[in-house]
Design a protein around this ligand. Sequence first.
Ligand SMILES: NC(=O)c1ccc[n+]([C@@H]2O[C@H](COP(=O)([O-])OP(=O)(O)OC[C@H]3O[C@@H](n4cnc5c(N)ncnc54)[C@H](OP(=O)(O)O)[C@@H]3O)[C@@H](O)[C@H]2O)c1
Length: 294
Amino acid sequence: MSKNKLRILVSGSTGQLGQELNHIATQYPSFTFDLKNRKALDLSSEKSIKKALSAPYDYFINAGAYTAVDKAENDKEAAFQINAKALDQIGKYAQPSTRIIHISTDYVYNSDPRRPLLESDQTKARGVYAQSKLEGENYLLKRRPDAIVLRTSWVYSSFGNNFVKTMLRLGQERDELSIVADQYGTPTYARDIATTIMQMIRNLDTDTYTQSPKSGLYNYANIGLTNWADFAKAIFKMKGISCHIKETTTKAYNAPAPRPLWSMMSKEKIQRDFHIKIPYWQKSLQSCLLELDK
Ligand SMILES: NC(=O)c1ccc[n+]([C@@H]2O[C@H](COP(=O)([O-])OP(=O)(O)OC[C@H]3O[C@@H](n4cnc5c(N)ncnc54)[C@H](OP(=O)(O)O)[C@@H]3O)[C@@H](O)[C@H]2O)c1
């Protein structure tokens, strides 16, 4: 590791966000990225966490997580180890000088105020995945109040598995698809999350406009509001796919894990504290589809 470069450790290098961070790393020559896969930094092993975090990194981006929302319902122990207990251990073993940026989820809110959700809103996590992510946030912020917890939603990327890639595949194979139309939220391109994290890192200690401490909870998603059926329709429209979308309900779809019906988050806090510009979800979707065409 070069001495004068700032060092960033990333967990979950094989995930959507991990791969996007790897993709944009060359745009940040003053940073050294140490991207670790599950084998090199196993969030289910205290020993592995302790070892990885013993080095003096300037930043740790925790992009690794147990993300199989439905599977988690029958795999509670693993989900809580990776999404919750690991955060207690990260808080315990990270060097005091390492700034921690942890990724969390809109699923922790699960209320329906029909207005953008604020970081200060009450949490009501339902289901194993959501509850494990909420517990992880609490563990981390208890040990390290200086950490950043970035809550995001409906993540997709040209890397990994996600709704956009599933729709592109199924849209070619089938004439009609039933998609839930009563869950509202905002799709978020993982490349925008990666870029935002880097902007946050650059602005963490430069308190230009505000006196508020840059730590704690921050919402981040693309701008706008949609539901899954309209999201699928937008994907098909942009790609000229003629598959018909039949709108269905969360109740009829009956997924094993509960999903929030309202996930639109306010981005005012992150915009105010970090002066970031957030793209509209349709614009970011277009960028991702172009990336997939390359
Ligand atoms: N995807 C979404 O829609 C969504 C929505 C809101 C918030 N988030 C949050 O955003 C973050 C990034 O999500 P993502 O979509 O990039 O996830 P992802 O594509 O599912 O990737 C998850 C990553 O975590 C790794 N991982 C799993 N178990 C691990 C363990 N025991 N130790 C270390 N790494 C482990 C995976 O490794 P393997 O490749 O080896 O499995 C993979 O690299 C997560 O915190 C997630 O909770 C995601």
